[in-house]
Write a protein that binds this ligand. Structure first.
Ligand SMILES: Cc1cc2nc3c(=O)[nH]c(=O)nc-3n(C[C@H](O)[C@H](O)[C@H](O)COP(=O)(O)O)c2cc1C
Length: 212
């Protein structure tokens, strides 16, 4: 027997390693699709269920269902001379949801090799100067982020054309890391128009790697 706090005895079994990311916490799950029965929406709901099964409390932000307006307004334009600018109440409410989250998971279809307008507008308006970037100690540092993008190309063709690097770099480096979120992953679900149920399992693999 080892006295509490004493050194482990020789030959005693080593304690299991701590998981890199203990399960649970608060997740903001962002969905960008106009149709509730789309594959993207199904993957988002399935992701919510799987996060909850891993003890996450999930805040589902369905941008279309909530009527998010992606158009930039003068009130939400950055003021480069004032990083403490008070943005619109709508944007501040979204900032609070991001601040409350330990992990941010974004599920979207790839449109024109980028984000659908509603999601791009959410980034433009909400991930704003002084909140998401522009401070020596980034407010979002320490959060984790997973981008789940549905791509209609097959994986090999998408890579051959160089799009996987472009899309991954834009999201993981251009947005997440730029905002202090170094622990960011991009998981692309390929062949989204043909894959059927296989797309659901393909999406699961991204979440399993991100939050085992
Ligand atoms: C406006 C629009 C633009 C699209 N652009 C692309 C694209 O650039 N690359 C791609 O792989 N698929 C593109 N697609 C196909 C979508 O990615 C595909 O429809 C989606 O992944 C299927 O998921 P869903 O059924 O949930 O919409 C586009 C689709 C639409 C409607």
């Amino acid at each position: 027997m080892t006295a509490p706090g004493g050194p482990p005895q020789q030959g005693a079994a080593a304690p299991p390693p701590e998981p890199a990311h203990p399960p649970g916490g608060r997740a903001l799950l962002v969905l960008a699709h106009p149709r509730a029965d789309s594959l993207t929406s199904r993957i988002a709901r399935r992701t919510r269920d799987r996060l909850e099964a891993r003890s996450f409390t999930v805040d589902l932000l369905d941008l279309h269902a909530e009527g998010f307006d992606p158009r930039m307004t003068p009130l939400d334009e950055p003021d480069w001379g004032d990083r403490d600018k008070a943005y619109s109440p709508e944007v501040r409410a979204h900032m609070a949801r991001i601040e409350a989250a330990d992990v941010v998971v974004v599920v979207f279809p790839l449109w024109w090799f980028g984000l659908p307008a509603v999601l791009k507008g959410w980034i433009d308006r909400v991930w704003n100067y002084g909140f998401a970037y522009g401070r020596s100690a980034p407010r979002l540092r320490g959060k984790r982020m997973l981008w789940v993008g549905l791509v209609s190309y097959q994986q090999a063709e998408f890579a051959r054309l160089g799009w996987d690097d472009v899309v991954t770099r834009t999201l993981a480096t251009g947005i997440s890391a730029f905002c202090g979120i170094e622990d960011a992953a991009v998981h692309l679900v390929y062949d989204s128009l043909e894959a059927g149920e296989a797309a659901l399992t393909a999406a699961d693999e991204g979440l399993d790697a991100f939050a085992p």
